[in-house]
Design a protein around this ligand. Structure first.
Ligand SMILES: [Zn+2]
Length: 425
C-alpha cells in the first residue's frame, strides 16, 4: 500500500474485512453496525475512531513518494525513476503515463493535488514562475487571482526585481492587487548569489511532508462534531473497553429498546425493568428505577436534582472531568472519584472493608481488568474480625445493592451475606 497504487475495489474489500471485525460479524451472523462507517472514519477528536479510508490513505502514501521524488534528488531510486520516465524539469505539470508501473500510474493520479500542496521557497528566483506557481502560499496562483483575459507569459520571479536588487514596486503595483503586494513585501527579494529555489510542503508549519497532513488534504475535516469531550474520554485512565463504552454512550449508540425498535428488532421501546418509560440511553443509565436508586444512594441530596436533570452529554462530561465539576457552576459531585469509571466499586469495597465486621470477598480473575487487579491487591490476606452490628449490616446490604445493578456483568466479588448474617445477634 505504501509503494504501489491499489485499485479502489481492493481497498473496499479490505475495508469490508475491517468492518466485519469491528462489528463482530462472522460467516453465519451479521454484526450490528451501531455507528456509520463514515463516522467511525472521522478523527478521534471529532467523535470517530480514526479508521482510515484505505483508498485515500494509499493516495497519501503515494504523495509522500511524489514529494521525495521532487525534493530528495540524491537518492538512487529517484535517479532511476526520473531517468526511466524522462523527468527533465524541476516540477512537471503532469506525469506522462503510457506503459508505466503501477507506482507511476498512482503518482500521476495524485500529481495535481501534490502540485497544489507545494510552495516555492524563493532563493535566486530563477526556477519559480511568477504567475502560475504557488510561491506566496496563496490559495490560487497570481494569474488566477488577477483573472487576465489572456494568460500572461511565464516569467521567473527574479524578473520582477530591479537592478538594485529590490522588488520592482512600480511594475508590480500596476499588475497585482494590494493584498498580493503585501504578501510579496513580506518576502526578501530574490538574490542571484543564493542557491536555487526549493519546494516545500504547504500544509505543515515546518514545511516538511507528513502523511497525516496529506490524508487531511484528501479528506477535508468536518468539524461539526468536534468537541473537547472526545479527548477527555480517550484520555481517561481506565481500561480501553470502558473508554469505548463511554464513546458509544456519547454517540447514543447503545442497543437500547428504543434503538432496537427503530431497527425493527423489537416491537416496543418500553423499558423491561420499570415498564414505565421508553428505554433510551439516558433512561438505561440514569432514569430507570434501578440506576436511579444507585445514583441517589451515592450522591448527597444537594446535587441530586441537578445530577438527574442534566442532558446526556453534559451529564457524562460532569462525571468524567477530574473533579466532577459540571457546567452549571456547581462545585462538583462530592464523591471520591468519577462515578462512571471502574474505580467506583473499588472504592465501595474499600469502604466496606473499613467497617468493623468479618467480610469475605471472593475475587474472580479476569484478564486486563483494572478493578479485578485492585480488588485482588486489596483482598490479599484480608480477613477482618469483629462484631457485626445490625446498622452496619444494613449499610453493607445497601452497598451491595448499589454496586450490583451497575456492574452486573463484572461478577468480580461475592460478599457472603450469610456469613455476616450468622454473626448478627
Ligand atoms: Zn426503566
Amino acid at each position: 500500500m505504501q509503494s504501489s497504487w491499489l485499485p479502489k475495489g481492493v481497498c473496499a474489500e479490505m475495508e469490508k474485512l475491517v468492518r466485519r471485525f469491528v462489528w463482530g460479524s462472522e460467516q453465519a451472523s451479521h454484526g450490528i453496525h451501531l455507528i456509520s462507517w463514515d463516522s467511525i472514519q472521522t478523527d478521534m477528536s471529532e467523535g470517530g475512531l480514526g479508521f482510515k479510508d484505505l483508498s485515500k490513505q494509499n493516495s497519501a502514501f503515494l504523495m509522500k513518494i511524489g514529494f521525495q521524488l521532487i525534493t530528495d534528488e540524491n537518492k538512487l531510486w529517484v535517479h532511476v525513476l526520473k531517468h526511466k520516465y524522462k523527468w527533465r524539469v524541476m516540477l512537471p505539470e503532469a506525469l506522462t503515463t503510457g506503459s508505466c508501473s503501477r507506482l507511476w500510474k498512482g503518482l500521476s493520479t495524485v500529481w495535481p493535488l501534490l502540485r497544489n500542496s507545494l510552495c516555492w521557497n524563493i532563493r535566486n528566483g530563477q526556477f519559480a514562475e511568477f504567475w502560475h506557481d504557488n510561491w506566496l502560499n496563496l490559495e490560487n496562483s497570481i494569474a488566477h487571482i488577477c483573472e487576465f483575459a489572456t494568460p500572461p507569459n511565464p516569467a521567473p520571479v527574479a524578473s520582477f526585481v530591479t537592478d538594485s536588487g529590490q522588488w520592482d514596486w512600480v511594475r508590480l503595483a500596476s499588475l497585482v492587487p494590494q493584498y498580493v503586494l503585501k504578501k510579496i513585501a513580506a518576502l526578501p527579494p530574490p538574490n542571484p548569489s543564493l542557491e536555487m529555489d526549493s519546494l516545500s510542503w504547504r500544509w505543515e508549519e515546518n514545511q516538511r511532508f507528513s502523511t497525516r497532513s496529506a490524508y487531511r488534504v484528501l479528506c477535508p475535516r468536518v468539524l461539526e462534531n468536534a468537541h473537547s469531550f472526545w479527548r477527555l474520554i480517550w484520555a481517561l485512565q481506565v481500561p480501553q473497553r470502558i473508554r469505548v463504552f463511554m464513546w458509544l454512550v456519547m454517540r447514543e449508540a447503545l442497543l437500547t429498546n428504543v434503538e432496537r425498535t427503530r431497527r425493527h428488532m423489537a416491537h416496543s421501546g418500553l423499558c423491561r425493568v420499570c415498564n414505565r418509560e421508553d428505554e433510551d440511553v439516558l433512561h438505561a443509565l440514569r432514569g430507570c428505577s434501578r440506576p436511579r436508586f444507585v445514583w441517589l444512594s451515592m450522591l448527597p441530596s444537594s446535587v441530586s436534582s441537578l445530577f438527574m436533570s442534566l442532558p446526556l452529554k453534559e451529564w457524562v462530561l460532569a462525571n468524567i472531568t477530574a473533579n466532577g465539576s459540571c457546567s452549571r457552576g456547581d462545585p462538583g459531585w462530592p464523591i471520591n472519584s468519577p462515578i462512571l469509571i471502574d474505580n467506583a466499586p473499588v472504592i465501595a469495597i474499600r469502604n466496606l472493608l473499613s467497617y468493623n465486621w468479618e467480610v469475605e470477598v471472593r475475587h474472580i480473575g479476569r484478564a486486563a481488568n483494572g478493578v479485578a487487579d485492585s480488588l485482588a491487591r486489596m483482598m490479599r490476606g484480608a480477613q477482618l474480625e469483629a462484631k457485626c452490628l445490625p446498622n452496619h449490616l444494613w449499610r453493607l446490604q445497601r452497598h451491595c445493592c448499589m454496586i450490583q445493578p451497575v456492574y452486573p456483568s463484572l461478577s468480580l466479588f461475592c460478599i457472603t451475606k450469610k456469613k455476616i448474617a450468622d454473626m448478627v445477634p
